[in-house]
Design a protein around this ligand. Structure first.
Ligand SMILES: Nc1ncnc2c1ncn2[C@@H]1O[C@H](COP(=O)(O)OP(=O)(O)OP(=O)(O)O)[C@@H](O)[C@H]1O
Length: 311
């Protein structure tokens, strides 16, 4: 086992312990949904996609599949506690559809979806409660992800009200914790999203995603809509948070260098299929698939040169 693998293993074990401690931290009397959420176990995947296929009806389609687009053609993927998986591939390869299945927005046409061992394929009301508590999403464009008419304070407290988590005192305390976690001053709590910069808005979107203490975050191109000068800061913030909170993460990008920077494991997608999967080292040092080699030799990274320096 390489030094890196040993470090990853130790980190995952730490992360799993932190999950269990965190899950026990909120008084069950203040969290009526908690009983429905399966306990975190380091050997059970947070998300397990079992041979998932997604087909969309369209006006055109292909010769083989008229009026249909097969966005995902049979994907099996496990996200373990504390792990970060990067999904990379060019536009149209099925990354966002996969993300949508992973966060319960899209029902698969076939295959099964498990969250912490619970089958949530059919997305019943009870399944959706589990999905909402286990997974949070950070989308590409924070301007559209946030409500333009709600103050930052209200956007952060809203998920706790919807999920009936905590009492007023708990929720207020959590709002202040969240804003501190993402490195914003408390003065922004009274602001509206339109009064903030793109980078600050993405920090708010990340804080909101963390409000229910999820096990995992799905970040779908979270830096693509941002000015190049703040991309590195947001990536570093995500890296710090996943380490500090022991979060699992699915990081989706068409930029393989960005994915390499943040991921423990990389899945390369092409035409709705995972064509290659491995650690960043395996993918970069010894790519097996022609398409991976093509991606590696493709466009220069969109990363800012400051990446890796303190956020
Ligand atoms: N709701 C939909 N209806 C019909 N076709 C769709 C729908 N959503 C996605 N598709 C098609 O499915 C395929 C995969 O799309 P998807 O958005 O998952 O790819 P992607 O890799 O995320 O691309 P991008 O990086 O451009 O967002 C594409 O051919 C797309 O046109």
């Amino acid at each position: 086992m390489s030094e890196n693998e040993k470090l990853n293993e130790a980190h995952e074990a730490d992360a799993a312990e932190r999950f269990l401690a965190d899950a026990a931290a909120l008084d069950p009397a203040l969290d009526p949904e908690a009983a429905e959420i399966p306990a975190t176990d380091k050997d059970t995947p947070i998300i397990f996609l079992d041979d998932v296929k997604v087909t969309f009806k369209t006006r055109t389609g292909s010769i083989l599949h008229p009026n249909k687009v097969q966005a995902v053609k049979g994907l099996t993927l496990k996200l373990m506690p504390g792990e970060t998986i990067g999904i990379v591939g060019e536009s149209g390869c099925g990354k966002s559809t996969t993300a949508n299945v992973m966060c319960g927005l899209q029902k698969p046409t076939s295959g099964r979806v498990f969250f912490k061992g619970k089958d949530v394929t059919n997305r019943t009301a009870a399944d959706r409660r589990v999905i909402g508590r286990v997974i949070s999403v950070v989308f590409q464009d924070p301007a559209t992800a946030l409500n333009a008419r709600m103050t930052i304070h209200d956007q952060l407290i809203d998920p706790m009200i919807v999920h009936k988590v905590g009492d007023t005192a708990y929720r207020e305390k959590r709002v202040h914790e969240l804003i501190e976690m993402v490195g914003l001053p408390e003065s922004v709590l009274d602001a509206l999203p339109g009064q903030m910069s793109g980078g600050q808005r993405q920090r708010v979107a990340i804080a909101r995603a963390l409000s229910l203490k999820p096990d995992a975050i799905i970040a779908d191109e979270p830096t693509s809509a941002l000015d190049v000068s703040v991309r590195a800061q947001i990536l570093n913030l995500l890296m710090d948070l996943k380490k500090e909170l022991g979060l699992a993460m699915v990081f989706i990008s068409h930029d393989i260098q960005t994915v390499r920077y943040i991921s423990d494991r990389i899945v390369v997608m092409n035409g709705g299929l995972a064509v290659e999967e491995g650690t960043a080292e395996q993918i970069f040092d010894n790519p097996k698939d022609d398409y991976t080699r093509l991606l590696l030799g493709a466009a220069p990274s969109l990363l800012h040169p400051d990446l890796g320096k303190t956020a």
